[in-house]
Design a protein around this ligand. Structure first.
Ligand SMILES: Nc1ncnc2c1ncn2[C@@H]1O[C@H](COP(=O)(O)OP(=O)(O)O)[C@@H](O)[C@H]1O
Ligand SMILES: O=P(O)(O)OC[C@H]1O[C@](O)(COP(=O)(O)O)[C@@H](O)[C@@H]1O
Ligand SMILES: [Mg+2]
Length: 474
């Protein structure tokens, strides 16, 4: 499944997080005789999924063109051709005076705070001279250098929404993630800086659009001033909810013409559908998505908000498991961390802690039983070190569990409890081989998810919130 993630200042078509975007599926590609058979990863396929023909001397140019198309930003003038631009109300009015302003210069002429529409950000910075170079990510067999650019986020000189005519709504959907409040806060502050007066929060995710018992939450700088000091979402979150038509009806009834959605792949599939429906109805709305995934599984993004906090917080659980395991005779600690389809949290937390003996992630299949299984390695650890600590990502080893086919209200598969399964199997195994083992299992998922963002995530959220607010009007 493919969906559009609209980042503040850039639109990215990604595969759904279930394809674990940083580990894209490999597709085979057969070329003509002159070119060798090569395999190309999904991220390097063209826009319409046709494989690249490397025998075409023009392939690089075509690849770049295709990449640019994928990353082109939709604009209100694509549909409402006559919308007049107006000078931005943002930076010039609300920036902090700079020292040189006091020296008598003309600030409006000197200030260089706007982004040019053609500013770009280079995505890849490593030049791999060969495909055999460690970690090489190559497009073609010769590992040619191909620039990949995306739009630079930031305030433009012209805007297309009059602040006094804007009613902005913010909605947070899916599961919690540290930093949601930080993004909401910065969004509100930025919109106010533009001069937007009507800003509301939609309670409990998309459900807030249809459920009559929830009313809009008026938002202002005063309301959001301290919300980043606690975790969760001021607005609440939910899974499932109304159909897209109902949401757009509600937008129209409420007169909302800027919608900010904070959420993951499901939320963005919804945002995309809302955008399409608004376009179909010719209802002028700016729909802005801020990607939220604590799992950090979005291709092209170095880090998503909440991930850093999750890794930091996960270490408390790992440390507790370690202490328990080391304080017991033949102690075994098992910690399950988030990561439906990717093991970034488990892997980073394990590396950072230095206390994990075995780290199991969804990207790497493993077996529990048998000669090279996890259990026999645990036995080895018990015999050699006296204890063992295991970190497992929630999506790891799902093939070992019985499938339930259960889904949550949003249609996501409900995963089996791999941590609990490993605990049970470990207990059985050590009993069978007659070795004492003291097993403790920790699942800190909700303790981690509900945390307040750490300083590094706080800054990331502020940047995202600000860019989301900025991109909406231009
Ligand atoms: N394909 C879809 N089209 C429209 N809305 C969707 C789609 N998938 C999920 N949603 C809605 O998006 C919201 C959040 O989705 P969910 O999967 O729970 O979390 P996340 O956004 O974190 O992935 C839910 O309200 C759900 O109904
Ligand atoms: O119990 P809930 O709220 O359905 O959430 C459980 C899931 O939420 C997650 O935190 C992911 O949430 P999102 O899909 O909203 O990003 C997973 O780690 C976990 O499987
Ligand atoms: Mg999701």
């Amino acid at each position: 499944m493919s969906h559009v993630v609209t980042l503040p200042g850039l639109t990215v078509t990604t595969s759904s997080s279930s394809s674990s975007s940083s580990y894209p599926h490999i597709h085979s590609l057969t070329t003509t005789r002159l070119c060798s058979k090569v395999r190309v990863s999904a991220q390097f396929k063209s826009h319409d999924s046709t494989p690249i023909d490397f025998c075409d001397p023009d392939w690089k140019h075509k690849f770049k063109q295709d990449f640019q198309e994928r990353f082109s930003l939709p604009h209100v003038t694509d549909i409402f051709h006559d919308t007049p631009p107006m000078p931005s109300t943002f930076c010039l009015q609300h920036r902090t005076p700079m020292v040189r302003d006091f020296a008598g210069s003309n600030p409006s002429k000197e200030w260089r705070g706007y982004i040019n529409d053609n500013d770009r950000v280079l995505l890849k910075t490593i030049y791999y001279s060969s495909s055999t170079s460690a970690g090489a990510e190559c497009i073609d067999p010769g590992c040619s250098w191909v620039e990949q650019w995306v739009h630079r986020a930031g305030p433009r000189e012209k805007i297309y929404f009059k602040p006094e005519e804007v009613k902005a709504a913010i909605v947070t959907c899916g599961g919690l993630c540290p930093g949601l409040n930080d993004v909401i806060r910065q969004l509100v502050i930025t919109l106010e800086a533009y001069g937007v007066k009507k800003i509301v929060g939609i309670p409990f995710g998309y459900r807030g659009f249809s459920d009559k018992e929830f009313s809009e939450v008026p938002l202002s700088r005063n309301v959001v001033q301290n919300i980043h000091l606690s975790g969760g979402s001021l607005l609440g979150v939910s899974r499932g909810g109304p159909a897209v038509n109902e949401i757009v009806d509600s937008l129209e009834e409420r007169g909302i013409n800027m919608l900010f959605v904070l959420g993951g792949n499901g939320t963005h599939a919804g945002a995309n559908a809302i955008h399409d429906e608004c376009r179909r109805r010719r209802y002028m709305v700016s729909v802005i998505g801020v990607p939220k995934t604590i799992d950090n599984d979005i291709l092209l993004l170095d880090k998503t908000f909440g991930f850093d906090t999750a890794v930091e917080e996960a270490q408390r659980a790992i440390n507790s498991a370690y202490i328990e395991a080391h304080s017991a005779y033949h102690g075994i600690g098992i910690v399950k961390l988030m990561g439906r389809s990717s093991g970034f949290i488990a892997m980073h937390a394990s590396l950072a802690s230095g206390q994990i003996d075995i780290c199991l992630i969804p990207e790497v299949p493993f077996k529990l039983h048998g000669q090279n299984g996890v259990l026999s390695h645990m036995k080895h650890l018990i015999e050699t070190k006296g204890s063992a600590v295991i970190c497992v990502a929630e999506g790891a080893g799902q093939g070992l569990l019985q499938k339930t086919h259960a889904t949550d209200a949003s249609g996501n598969a409900v995963l089996g409890d791999i941590g609990g399964y490993i605990q049970q199997e470990t207990r059985k195994y050590f009993k069978e081989i007659g070795i004492h083992a003291d097993i403790k299992y920790i699942d800190p998922t909700y303790m981690i998810r509900a945390c307040r963002a750490n300083a590094s995530d706080g800054i990331l959220c502020a940047v995202l919130g600000q860019n989301a607010g900025i991109v909406a009007s231009q």
